[in-house]
Design a protein around this ligand. Structure first.
Ligand SMILES: C[S@@+](CC[C@H](N)C(=O)[O-])C[C@H]1O[C@@H](n2cnc3c(N)ncnc32)[C@H](O)[C@@H]1O
Length: 225
């Protein structure tokens, strides 16, 4: 069962009762998208260059990348924005039609869902300088088809390492390394030791991310120190 809940910043998310976790921090779903992903990945700064490529891993409702599009367009309305979303559950993707958080660009995700068959492997939304591709499938496999050295920012947002340890492996981080540009930033909410060790084994360097609504910091990873 997937049940709608209201988080502490008064924005909606869902609780997956089977997994025993919510799709966003209960301390604030929209706050998390902005402060844990978009700001630490320096989306504003990348947008100034006129072109940005974002990888949203385990994209769910799309809050993280939709928030990034808001911030990038606000900074530079002419910025070329390319987003790849990897998500394996069409049910949560479809639930975007049931929420209304203060993220303007979520309307593009709603359009993507309304105009496409979520049983497809891949669906696309294109408007002016924005291109969003949602690849539906196991991200650990679908990421293998992504181009290398391509992304400026990676939002890495699976369920927790405790619940979904298979998503936080050295092999999966090696794929992230492969698709990241040398200047790219990867952000995730977890600061678990196992996560950071696997990032290191994959060749990534890590540092503390911001502390937002929970005791520990997130983690920011790069290809160079
Ligand atoms: C913490 S939620 C992410 C929430 C999302 N970032 C959002 O803004 O709504 C974790 C997501 O990982 C997805 N997921 C779990 N295993 C996956 C896999 N192997 N491949 C792709 N997505 C997966 C779940 O369906 C869920 O949507």
């Amino acid at each position: 069962m997937i049940k709608k809940i209201i988080t502490a910043d008064n924005t909606e998310t869902f609780l997956n009762e089977e997994v025993g976790e919510s799709y966003h921090s209960q301390t604030g779903a929209v706050e998390e998208a902005l402060k844990k992903y978009v700001l630490p990945c320096k989306i504003k700064e990348f947008a100034k260059t006129g072109k940005i490529a974002i990888l949203d891993v385990c994209s769910g409702l799309g809050y993280n990348s939709a928030m990034a599009i808001d911030v990038a367009l606000e900074e530079n309305p002419h910025c070329q924005i390319e987003v790849f979303c990897l998500e394996f559950d069409p049910i949560i993707v479809g639930k975007v039609l049931e929420v209304d958080p203060p993220i303007k660009s979520l309307s593009f995700y709603k359009e993507l869902v309304r105009n496409n068959d979520l049983k497809s492997d891949q669906i696309n939304f294109n408007k002016n300088n924005l291109n969003i591709t949602l690849i539906i499938g196991d991200a650990r496999e679908t990421c293998k088809d992504l181009p290398e050295n391509h992304f400026d920012a990676v939002f890495f947002d699976p369920f927790s390492p405790k619940t979904a340890p298979e998503m936080w492996t050295e092999d999966f981080f090696k794929e992230m390394y492969r698709v990241m540009k040398d200047s790219a930033l990867l952000a995730t909410f977890s600061c678990a030791r196992m996560v950071r060790e696997n990032m290191s084994k994959a060749g990534l360097f890590y540092d503390d991310g911001p502390i937002v609504g929970r005791r520990g910091p997130g983690t920011i990873a790069t290809k160079w120190i």
